[in-house]
Ligand binder design. Structure first.
Ligand SMILES: Nc1ncnc2c1ncn2[C@@H]1O[C@H](COP(=O)(O)OP(=O)(O)O)[C@@H](O)[C@H]1O
Ligand SMILES: N[C@@H](CCC(=O)OP(=O)(O)O)C(=O)O
Length: 373
């Protein structure tokens, strides 16, 4: 990858695995967590947006409960995760507080991100937190899922979050320097992979399962996460979380770890995603002024620019933005139900509260959720 792609990245997802966070299951590694918090804080102060996806709840819960062996029963794993998550977020909150930054806890499941309304809600919340310079700390909501906890799939969650907020890069920190041609714990001749295209099927054959007792996904979930992140145009780096100043050095363009490049440009990825993944709901007919600000100025669509609503749709659906002659100019994810849009169209956003009694968002379609055709 052009290593500078990390350097130029504005929005980063950093994922840290259980073995790192808990020092191989020995309990939370305060020094390591403090070091990542310091680096992330420095990046945020440079104007970057950083989301942290952290594993370690089960491992920390086991430690707190005095369990020596990872339980087999799902309900016990869930209990351990619930206990351990408390320690995890306390530690992050304390470490980021040293740098004057707040943290926020987000517990998500894969299903949350597959559901279009929840997807939009999660996306809006994350975007708001990042604008406030708060550090979102994300983990799986282990209480309500069984599949994810069984396979321990925070690598996938990291990629889903990268898709969710269209991050520029996903940095997966683990206990190895990166990807080797085979598991280096088992094959001393394994060669280091410096750079590849994300999604290259040859990578999947190289990746083995977890090598430690506390990590669960192994390299394969990281390779698949890179492929998924690339769908929204995000590059992935797999690197050692124990490498001093790893995040700072990556952001300065240093070639540390394995760089897996996304083949698609973000804007093309976004258009494809909007075209492929969400069903097209109805249409919004815009006045000429609204067409202009959307297409020429790259602004969000406000209710005042809409003159007619055609068809039915729900919050989170994709709608087409057309002019009076029916020509489609843009398409995007709408923040209100069709019946609500019919009530607030042609009105300034300041009247949404009076008309509906609540405000989902002041935009009908936020510019981040819109592509001009
Ligand atoms: N080809 C490979 N290159 C590097 N590591 C590999 C490879 N195949 C399997 N692994 C194993 O994957 C482990 C990292 O995955 P995992 O234990 O799940 O970590 P994490 O907790 O960071 O998600 C490494 O410690 C290593 O033993
Ligand atoms: N939610 C689980 C995540 C488990 C997991 O994905 O672990 P890892 O393979 O170490 O990233 C936990 O916090 O323990």
């Amino acid at each position: 990858m052009g290593v500078s792609l990390i350097q130029d990245s504005k929005t980063l997802i950093v994922k840290v695995g259980s073995s790192l966070v808990t020092n191989n299951g020995q309990g939370l590694d305060r020094a390591a967590i403090a070091a990542w918090a310091e680096q992330i804080s420095a990046l945020v102060k440079q104007g970057k947006h950083v989301v942290l996806v952290s594993s370690g709840a089960v491992a920390e819960g086991m430690q707190r409960l005095g369990w020596k062996k990872r339980p087999v029963e799902i309900n016990e794993l869930q209990a351990a995760a619930a206990v351990g998550q408390m320690g995890l977020v306390q530690m992050y909150e304390q470490c980021f507080a040293q740098h004057g930054l707040h943290t926020a806890q987000l517990l998500l499941t894969h299903d949350d991100l597959a559901d279009r309304k929840r997807y939009l809600n999660a996306r809006t919340t994350l975007r708001t937190l990042l604008d406030l310079n708060v550090i979102p700390i994300i983990n799986e909501n282990d209480t309500v899922v069984t599949e994810e906890i069984r396979f321990g799939d925070n690598d996938t969650l990291g990629a889903l979050v990268a898709n969710l907020i269209e991050a520029d890069a996903l940095i997966i920190l683990t206990d190895q320097q990166g990807l080797y041609s085979a598991d280096p714990r088992k094959d001393p001749k394994a060669e280091f992979i410096h750079s590849e295209m994300a999604g290259n099927p040859a990578l999947e054959a190289m990746a083995g399962g977890a090598g430690s007792a506390v990590g669960t996904g192994g390299m394969l979930t990281k390779i698949l996460a890179a492929k998924r992140a690339a769908n929204s145009g995000a590059h992935t780096v797999i690197a050692s979380g124990r490498e001093p100043e790893v995040l700072i050095r990556l952001s300065q363009g240093e070639a540390i770890g394995t760089h897996l490049q996304a083949g698609k440009m973000k804007i093309i990825a976004k258009k494809q995603w909007l075209a492929d993944h969400l069903r097209l709901g109805g249409k919004l007919v815009l006045d000429d002024g609204a067409v202009n600000v959307l297409c020429k100025d790259g602004k969000s669509l406000l209710p005042i620019g809409v003159v007619e609503v055609i068809g039915q749709f729900e919050r989170g659906d994709v709608v087409a933005c057309v002019d009076a002659a029916g020509k489609e100019w843009a398409r995007g994810i709408v923040n209100y139900h069709a019946s609500e849009v019919r009530r607030i169209m042609r009105k300034p956003s300041s009247e949404i509260k009076n008309i509906l009694g609540y405000v989902e968002e002041k935009e009908l379609i936020h510019r981040d959720n819109l592509v001009v055709l």
